[in-house]
Ligand binder design. Structure first.
Ligand code: 13P
Length: 252
């Protein structure tokens, strides 16, 4: 049995006051982490504030991170700093980072290794463009992304890792992949991990779906065999909507 995980990716949204109000509103209402892992990934300057106020069942994540400990990398964020302020998750390889900041598969692989060095749980994002989906080459494309990202990781790390399958054409567009489509690609990802490692490892690893997830479609997505949760942008910004999503996951 894989425990579901719902992560809100707030992207570049929310003031400090709005973020603190959100935590205040959801903290006592988030279901126990015995049943679902609930995470919010916020902008870096407020991560410490959120960690200080997180309740027993809410965790805080960063949205990106560098793969080196320190150095002359203006504007970057280091894993040791994230660890020292109590952050526990980090989103890596989001399609927006890949598209706007030239993050490559090799970078993503180094970042995953670095996250594990500092006890952070990586949420590795993979996903195809509309062009790739329409050309019918989604599976090989995603396979390449997964193989490159996981290079050199051990089985215990794979079991701890979270993968988020986010078709780029479904992000922020209101177009959700059908639950069958999402499940098929997620099963294919699990199949890739089976091939690289073994059945037990692949079955233990959690894979989320992301792309226009909202309270109205979460039940159907989570009813699928291989979808273990969601990485949610827009619908995670509102406290009531976030609570509806995490509560839906309890039923999984
Ligand atoms: P939306 O839920 O707004 O489509 O965003 C998905 C996403 O990119 C989460 O990382």
């Amino acid at each position: 049995m894989r425990k579901p995980i719902i992560a809100g990716n707030w992207k570049m949204n929310k003031s400090r006051d709005e973020a603190l109000q959100f935590i205040y509103n959801v903290n006592m209402k988030v279901p126990s982490s015995e049943f679902v892992d609930s995470v919010v990934c916020a902008q870096s300057p407020i991560l410490r504030d959120l960690v200080k106020r997180q309740g027993d069942s809410l965790r805080v994540g960063a949205q990106t991170m560098h793969y080196l400990d320190n150095g002359a990398f203006t504007g970057e964020i280091s894993a040791p700093l994230l660890e020292s302020i109590g952050v526990t998750y980090v989103v890596l390889g989001h399609s927006e980072r890949r598209a706007y900041y030239n993050e490559t598969d090799t970078d993503v692989n180094k970042k995953i290794h670095q996250a594990f060095r500092y006890g952070l749980t990586p949420i590795l994002c993979v996903g195809e463009s509309l062009e790739i989906r329409e050309a019918g080459t989604t599976d090989p494309y995603i396979k390449d992304q997964v193989v490159a990202a996981l290079k050199g990781l051990g089985t215990e790390q794979i079991k701890a890792l979270v993968i988020a399958y986010e078709p780029i054409w479904a992000i922020g567009t209101g177009k959700t992949a059908t639950s069958e489509m999402a499940n098929d690609t997620i099963r294919a990802i699990r199949g890739v991990v089976k091939g690289l490692y073994n059945d037990e490892t692949a079955e233990a690893m959690r894979i989320q779906y992301g792309g226009s997830v909202k309270p109205a479609n979460i039940d159907e997505l989570l009813s699928m065999s291989d979808i273990d949760g969601a990485l949610v942008g827009g619908a995670s910004l509102d406290a009531e909507s976030f609570l509806a999503l995490v509560n839906a996951a309890v039923k999984k």
